[in-house]
Write a protein of this length. Structure first.
Length: 444
């Protein structure tokens, strides 16, 4: 990943559909949706029907001039119960997909885990159980053996903060657990699984590059009051440093350890040797960025003791503020605090209320502006020496947006879910033209 790559990203559960085909097992998101936790009763079927329409989607990528495509592999499609021999039909699907990418001159960036844990493993405790670490390592070896001759770039986990804090703490994402002690255990086990897989990847002498993707924020205090400044530091500690520090420093932040233990109880998930195992040399850090946070102290929050304050900025359909300068600030902070590791922007994008009005292109000028301004923010960081190696728009297609179902549209390509018709948005054409102008020299 030495040349700058312009790409787009998706995730398996959000686009594939075919949740009961070819031996695929049940995932925690299948169960979460089936039990009424998703808007409008939406489920992961048919999503974008990508499992059947992947050739069409790859042709679409080629027509946009994409240089890279970030996708994830569905663990239940490869190991239906999260253990044991591989499901050949599942592996065959991904091999055909990767071969199709390479035939079209598009570089694959494969994510091993994008939240779709096999439900069988969740029934045994999920990421709150240490056993899942070993199951993940086994799954990763199956994938590396099957696809390692084709895929050069790997991501172990996507957003372990979401996996743990939102899946096991607040319960707003699958598996819907609300237990902060289990959430902290899950956060450690995702990091430990990452470290063991990276170590094994290196020890086996596998070709290619490997990293992890974190969703990071810029946490600002709503005022200069000591309690608001402390609240912002807690948010930074919970969302950023709790994951960055073990990966790059081999330790959890002392202030957050003390805080969590005072509010939740002893943090007993860490065993001897774990932190050394987590701190593995990485080829790159994936960064997902959507918005910064402005917070104040608030007693009503049960754990972090803070609440978000509206910002003086435009907002997306998610209600998220649009502050491109925060991305530059974040990238500079990563270099300052953790060294000049190569960075890939593995997700950046915005949801808007796009409408299919019968025209040949869906007009989405706010998204065009969002992408333009955030790419410019990346360029400002690069000009100041941050080693950014790629930028992947989230997302290629409108898709199943987790607990929001099909209400929120992040794609640069509109999907009419009733017919599965794909229609370019103005942002897709803008991005195509941007890539054509900047393909040889990054964004400079």
């Amino acid at each position: 990943m030495t040349e700058f790559v312009w790409g787009a990203a998706t995730a398996a559960f959000q686009i594939e559909g075919a949740t009961h085909e070819d031996g695929r097992g049940e995932s925690i998101w299948d169960r979460f949706a089936a039990t009424g936790h998703v808007a409008n009763g939406d489920t992961g079927d048919p999503a974008c029907d990508h499992y059947h329409r992947w050739r069409e989607d790859l042709d679409l990528m080629r027509s946009l001039g994409l240089q890279g495509y970030r996708f994830s592999l569905a663990w239940p499609r490869i190991q239906p119960d999260g253990r044991g021999p591989a499901n050949a039909k599942g592996l065959d699907f991904y091999r055909r997909l990767v071969e199709g990418l390479l035939e079209r001159g598009i570089r694959p960036l494969a994510t091993l885990y994008h939240w779709d844990l096999p439900q069988t493993l969740q029934d045994e405790g999920g990421w709150a159980s240490r056993e899942v670490v070993h199951r993940f390592a086994e799954y990763a070896e199956i994938v590396f053996d099957a696809l390692g001759d084709l895929v050069g770039d790997w991501i172990t986990h996507n957003e372990p903060w979401v996996t743990s804090h939102l899946g096991y703490g607040t319960g707003v994402k699958a598996p819907g657990v609300r237990d902060w002690s289990r959430a902290l255990a899950a956060s450690h086990h995702t990091l430990l699984a990452h470290g063991l897989v990276v170590h094994s990847f290196r020890e086996a002498g596998r070709a290619g590059r490997i990293g992890i993707t974190l969703d990071l924020t810029v946490a600002n205090a709503a005022s200069d009051a000591d309690e608001d400044v402390a609240a912002a530091l807690r948010l930074d500690g919970s969302h950023n440093r709790w994951f960055l520090d073990p990966i790059f420093r081999g330790s959890y932040p002392e202030d957050m350890l003390a805080y969590y233990e005072s509010r939740i109880g002893p943090f007993e998930a860490v065993h001897d040797g774990d932190l050394e195992a987590i701190r593995q040399p990485l080829d790159f850090l994936g960064v997902n960025f959507y918005r910064p946070n402005l917070v104040r102290a608030a007693s009503e929050d049960g754990v972090l003791g803070l609440s978000e304050v509206p910002q003086a900025a435009e907002v997306t359909a998610m209600g998220w503020p649009v502050v491109p300068a925060a991305l530059t600030e974040l990238l500079l902070r990563i270099r300052r605090d953790y060294g000049n590791i190569p960075v890939v922007i593995t997700e950046n994008g915005a949801a808007y209320d796009d409408v299919l009005d019968g025209g040949s292109v869906v007009e989405d000028e706010p998204r065009v502006a969002y992408l333009h301004d955030h790419i410019a923010a990346v360029e400002r960081a690069r000009e100041q020496g941050v080693d950014v190696r790629g930028y992947y728009v989230w997302s290629l297609l409108d898709n199943f947006e987790w607990e929001w179902g099909y209400e929120k549209r992040f794609g640069i390509v509109f999907v009419d879910f009733a017919t599965q018709r794909r229609v370019f948005k103005r942002s897709a054409l803008w991005y195509r033209d941007w890539i054509a102008r900047h393909a040889n020299g990054g964004g400079r």
